[in-house]
Design a binder for this molecule. Structure first.
Ligand code: NAP
Length: 303
């Protein structure tokens, strides 16, 4: 018997608060995901979205500390700026260069649960990354976590970005953080993909090309054959099927969207804040219900 993903919570004088810092945040599906989890576990906790403009981030953190919040998530555009605003960083958050979760106690500790969330989702899709050849499209914030997770697990990683300098800089950071990591980099161009695609077993789209409302965009040059039999992991989950996923499937690849990464990064944050084992299936159901309810208005905003 599945649990109800739309259970309501009651706010009391003892309610523990957590929330999301972002700009914008109004379309995030993290509040329904976490609040459904709290309710199903019978916990007096509540998760709120906070729309914080970039210039007000430090002030918002001071306010959250004063108000006694137990934890925070962060999304675009705050993940990098938080590095210098928290009291301590986990080695992983420091190496990735981004904070997406803060544990708030005496000190504010910056964590990054995106890499762990991605790796769980990847393994859940039947892909064991050790020793495989992976193409990572993009070199923004999400690519930093994905590149770190894959390289640490022993994959051969090629980082390809529209702006090749960003891929070079990310590759240098990953090699510095993970000595011996097999990381190369280059332009997201038809010429380079034609050379690299045939041996690839995994392609991860970390670009925002194809994300709602720009669903016609595709980061893969359509004249280049998609590697047959590979797994495409697209971090986008709205729409549930991107043009890139359709192209990959049509050429004999498997394709997964980013919903389970969102769920697992949220589950990791839930575990950190509460010490309670997260109800992952319930969180997934809550996300799917929120996406159905939000229709086109629900963004794939990474949180
Ligand atoms: P970001 O830091 O802004 O990076 C965006 C990346 O996309 C850059 O590499 C950019 O290339 C590239 N890009 C944008 N438009 C492109 C186009 N038309 N063609 C080729 N490349 C293009 O964003 P982010 O935080 O990394 O997020 C990226 C995506 O991941 C978003 O769709 C986000 O929703 C998703 N995400 C999902 C999850 C999840 O849990 N499922 C978590 C985090 C992020 P340039 O460097 O050349 O500009």
């Amino acid at each position: 018997m599945g649990r109800d993903a739309t259970l309501k919570i009651a706010i009391t004088g003892h309610t523990s608060l957590v929330g999301l810092l972002g700009w914008p945040v109004e379309h995030s599906i993290s509040p329904p995901m976490h609040n459904a989890a709290f309710a199903s576990c019978g916990m007096d906790w509540c998760y709120l979205p906070f729309a914080v403009p970039p210039g007000a981030l430090a002030e918002a953190l001071r306010g959250a500390r004063a108000l006694g919040l137990r934890g925070l998530n962060a999304t675009v555009p705050h993940k990098q700026a938080l590095l210098s605003l928290v009291d301590a960083l986990t080695p992983e958050a420091r190496a990735i260069g981004a904070v997406n979760t803060i544990l708030m106690g005496e000190e504010l500790t910056g964590h990054n649960t995106d890499a762990a969330g991605f790796m769980r989702a990847l393994r859940g899709a039947g892909c064991e990354p050790g020793g495989i050849r992976a193409l990572v499209l993009g070199a923004g914030g999400a690519a930093r976590a994905i590149g770190y997770g894959l390289a640490q697990a022993g994959a051969y990683v090629a980082l390809l970005n529209r702006t090749p300098e960003r891929a070079a800089s990310l590759a240098a950071d990953l090699r510095a953080a993970l000595p011996g990591a097999a990381v190369e980099h280059g332009a997201l161009s038809a010429a380079l993909l034609t050379r690299l695609a045939p041996g690839a077993e995994l392609v991860v789209n970390t670009t925002s090309a194809g994300m709602w409302p720009h669903t016609v965009a595709i980061p893969w040059p359509e004249e280049v054959a998609f590697p047959h039999g590979a797994l495409l992991f697209d971090l986008i989950y709205n729409p549930a099927e991107t043009r890139l996923m359709a192209l990959a499937r049509a050429q004999g690849a498997r394709a997964e969207n980013g919903l389970m990464m969102l769920v697992h990064q949220g589950a990791e944050a839930f575990r950190l804040w509460t010490g309670v084992e997260p109800p992952v299936d319930l969180m997934e159901a809550a996300c799917r219900a929120a996406l159905r309810g939000g229709g086109d208005a629900a963004h794939s905003d990474g949180r």
